[in-house]
Design a protein around this ligand. Structure first.
Ligand SMILES: NC(=O)C1=CN([C@@H]2O[C@H](COP(=O)(O)OP(=O)(O)OC[C@H]3O[C@@H](n4cnc5c(N)ncnc54)[C@H](O)[C@@H]3O)[C@@H](O)[C@H]2O)C=CC1
Ligand SMILES: N[C@@H](CC=O)C(=O)O
Length: 809
């Protein structure tokens, strides 16, 4: 004997009822089919009753709708005489329903007893139609077999009476029987109901009573998912669960099965399948007895409940006093308030309980009344209600005796800036639950799902600002490398935001890099730096990284807020790291405190591994004694290109065209760019230094920087002749110009130098950079790092490497 239960969607239309018939007919065993009401009908019935008791005539409209839905289904499923016969029977039941609701309207009273009588009509109607539609099927009235107490609304089953009644009814039964779910009756024969979702429970009771070989719950999803697929697009179906796991997951919000369903089948060890009526070929989830399975992941699923209120009762007078908890829970129970989570520290100074927010006021009043005396004398000084919260739970038998799960869980959550308000874990170690703000729920679920279920892949969510040379190249590189990184490094780089100075485009599911510029232009929202920053923070996505490829000071001013919101920063923009020392230090401190990264490798030497190398030297205990470097790609290019044929002003234009210069090349020519770089190197070496401490020996007079960009381009050729004359002299002396940065003994300076042959800087070609670190360990022969020091492609590659560093893969 098998018991199959079909939910509201499964029987919600004539088409779906045909699928149900196919499934039932394909069974080789005897079958009991338990059905819910047609999807949405119970809500309509209850609404009609509520309208009736309020005295509005709207209930008639609801009844017409209910009638129409059933008539439509009958019309489609049946033909000829059979159709008329079923129509007639359905109509009689609907008349009965209408009469009861009209009665409610007349007397203006809707007792729980009447509500239970009304509430079960949907199942009675659907089961009647389906039993007639499946040839040879009998109809059995579950309400006469399942006996309960008289707690109308959510009656308790009397198993001592129910089980024999069912066995007796089905003694010697063969074939197919269709029964309404949800409905039951008390000792007096009045209708009761088993609670919303109770049809699952009806099926489980039948299965347990008859020792069914299997219980199948047919619904509209493929099975229990690892998380709510509406929030986690990558959630997938869990193949198998123990009864305890299924119970925990469904209790904590996974609305796949009505929680009480589990107990009867668990007691009898009846395997229970969750299957999809709309995709019967899908494997589904099998719920069986508890087995610790070495192959399973430590946790099977995550579920959550939103709109929770946490009530905290606190007071020194509670410590060591017996009976406080008993009174607290007793007071809540008296008001029929379900406690979803309990958290009490061992100091006993406070107890927190999570309850449904709709019951918060009632709960507070009940507790204040119960502890009136203790509150008056100050033994309890706080009854605090915190709302807009959610409970998240991870569930899995394999957590038992596995070390490190809670550590990994809370570390991941903390690193993503999610505050945990309360925690509960039972000694069974089957479930760890914690409370977060509603606004952090989505991020929490993503973070946990990612780290426990998709641990194979690490996801980094990129918000890019600035799509000029470096930003544009970066996106090309990501696009080309994305697939390889996923395959070989299990790293998913997802572009979730992109902005220029006017517009922003955001999509938490990912933005296709192909054609992103068009999309930004046409679909992007109007933006400003502030709006973009706020959007990044509000989207609250885990493993977020803000990538700054602008040269804007205002962009650097966003970093503190972003880091504080647990967003890592990767920046090619040198402004922040070369700003006031206090600001530079503060950003580093925030990043450290928040467990996120603040990376700026490309600030010095573009893609060259200069800052990372310096960090490694210092971290390993070396001491930087001297820095000598050529740090400007632009200036090195200029001094390598200037010739009798190519005047000074022309080389500046060329450097800009080749993408070496800053967006404003005056930053390069004035020495500011090199000053910033030296400042950063000295700071990363562990010394405190400010801009004012760096002496800049300029080689272009200040007056050329005073006006607009156009003024600059118009004026700069005036220097060509002088430069050419000096260059000739230099050439005759076999020397070259290099713009050198130097730090030694607390003195920092940058300026143009004449370099003689044989010096390491002499042969530095093109836009190359060279850095020499003289340290305690690299003393006689300094460490030298040399290579392309500017250019969009190498810089973008350096930014890309920093993004990958954020992921820690
Ligand atoms: N080009 C190179 O070789 C290297 C560049 N860098 C740094 O990379 C950064 C970008 O340089 P490039 O791509 O060459 O410059 P770029 O001028 O080509 O690109 C900068 C982009 O930022 C955008 N932008 C400016 N202000 C903005 C704002 N408020 N909001 C949004 N977008 C804004 C601009 O419209 C432009 O598209 C600069 O900070 C530069 O110092 C660092 C190392 C090497
Ligand atoms: N403008 C800079 C680019 C790299 O930082 C340079 O020329 O070096």
């Amino acid at each position: 004997m098998k018991v199959l239960k079909f939910g509201g969607t499964s029987v919600g239309s004539a088409e779906n009822i045909r699928r149900v018939k196919e499934i039932v007919k394909s069974q080789s065993d005897d079958v009991i089919v338990v059905v819910s009401a047609l999807g949405g009908i119970t809500d309509k019935i209850l609404n009609a009753s509520k309208m009736a008791v309020l005295g509005t005539e709207y209930f008639n409209t609801e009844i017409t709708g209910i009638r129409g839905r059933h008539e439509e289904v009958v019309e489609s499923l049946f033909e000829g005489e059979k159709k008329e016969e079923v129509k007639d029977r359905v109509s009689k039941l609907l008349d009965e329903l209408e009469k009861v609701i009209q009665g409610v309207s007349m007397i203006g009273e809707l007792t729980p007893k009447t509500l239970d009588k009304i509430g079960g009509f949907g199942e009675r109607l659907s089961s009647l139609i389906i039993s007639e539609f499946i040839e040879g099927a009998q109809w059995v009235d579950s309400s006469r077999l399942i006996k309960t107490d008289s707690a109308f609304g959510k009656a308790q089953v009397d198993f001592h009476v129910t089980m024999p009644l069912i066995r007796e009814k089905f003694n010697g039964f063969t074939g197919i029987c269709v029964a309404p779910g949800f409905v039951s009756s008390n000792r007096e024969g009045d209708y009761t109901t088993l609670g919303r979702g109770g049809s699952d429970y009806t099926a489980a009771i039948f299965a347990a009573a008859l020792n069914a070989s299997v219980l199948e719950i047919w619904t509209d999803v493929d099975g229990f998912m690892t998380a709510d697929p509406r929030v986690i697009s990558k959630a997938y179906v869990i193949k198998s669960l123990s009864y305890a796991e299924a119970m925990e997951l469904s209790h904590f919000g996974a609305k796949v099965i009505y929680p009480p369903t589990i107990l009867p089948v668990y007691k009898k060890g009846i395997p229970t399948w969750i299957k999809n009526t709309l995709r019967p070929e899908a494997e589904g989830t099998l719920i069986t007895e508890s087995r610790k399975n070495g192959k399973d992941l430590p946790i099977k699923g995550i579920s959550s409940i939103s709109n929770i209120t946490l009530m905290t009762v606190q007071g020194l007078g509670m410590v060591g006093v017996t009976g406080i908890s008993m009174r607290l829970f007793g007071a809540l129970a008296k008001e029929n308030i379900n406690v979803i989570l309990i958290s009490q520290a061992s100091s006993e100074n406070s107890i927190s309980v999570a309850i449904d927010t709709t019951k918060a006021e009632l709960a507070e009043a009940a507790i204040r009344q119960e502890f009136e005396r203790e509150i008056a004398v100050g033994k309890i000084n706080k009854v605090e209600m915190e709302s807009d919260l959610s409970i998240v739970a991870i569930v899995g038998e394999n957590m038992k005796h596995s070390t490190g799960i809670a550590g990994k869980l809370f570390n991941t959550i903390g690193k993503n800036g999610i505050n945990i308000i309360a925690i509960a874990q039972g000694a069974s170690e089957l479930n760890i639950s914690w409370v977060v703000k509603n606004s952090d729920l989505r991020k929490t679920l993503n973070v946990v799902h990612e780290s426990f279920f998709l641990s194979e892949n690490v996801e980094v969510n990129v918000f890019l600002l600035g799509i000029g040379l470096v930003g544009g190249n970066l996106l090309n590189q990501i696009q080309h490398q994305q697939e390889k990184l996923l395959k070989e490094k299990h790293l998913k780089i997802k572009l979730v935001g992109v902005a220029n100075s006017r517009k922003m485009l955001l999509n938490r599911e990912g933005i296709d890099i192909e054609g992103f510029k068009d999309k930004l232009e046409h679909e992007g929202q109007h933006s400003s730096l502030h709006l973009y920053k706020q959007a990044v923070i509000d989207m609250n996505i885990f493993n977020s990284v803000f990538v700054d490829c602008t040269a804007a000071t205002a962009a650097a001013d966003l970093y503190a807020d972003l880091l504080n919101a647990n967003v890592s920063i990767v920046t090619a923009n040198k402004v922040a790291a070369s700003s006031e020392y206090e600001n530079y230090l503060m950003l580093k401190k925030i990043a450290k405190r928040k467990g996120v990264k603040f990376l700026f490798e490309t600030n010095v030497g573009a893609g060259l591994p200069i800052i990372n190398t310096l960090n490694d030297l210092v971290n390993a205990g070396d001491k930087i004694q001297k820095i000598e470097a050529v740090l400007s790609g632009t200036l090195n290019f200029i001094f390598n290109t200037i010739s009798a044929d190519v005047p000074f002003s022309q080389t500046i234009k060329m450097a800009k065209e080749q993408g070496y210069s800053e967006p404003d090349p005056r930053i390069d020519l004035s020495g500011i760019d090199v000053m910033r770089k030296l400042l950063i190197l000295v700071r990363e070496s562990g010394y405190k230094i400010e801009k004012e401490d760096v002496a800049i020996n300029k080689f272009v007079p200040d007056e050329f920087f005073a006006g607009s960009m156009d003024d600059f381009w118009a004026g700069i050729p005036q220097l060509d002749a002088d430069f050419e004359a000096r260059r000739k002299v230099l050439e005759s002396q076999n020397k070259c110009w290099r713009f050198v940065a130097k730090y030694e003994d607390g003195r920092a300076e940058v300026g143009l130098q004449e370099i003689t042959q044989g010096h390491p800087f002499f042969d530095l070609q093109g836009s190359n950079n060279l850095v020499m670190f003289t340290t305690e360990r690299y003393h006689e022969f300094p460490m030298i790092i040399k290579g392309y020091g500017a250019g969009a492609a190498v810089t973008a590659a350096g930014v890309f490497a920093d993004i990958i560093r954020v992921s820690n893969v």
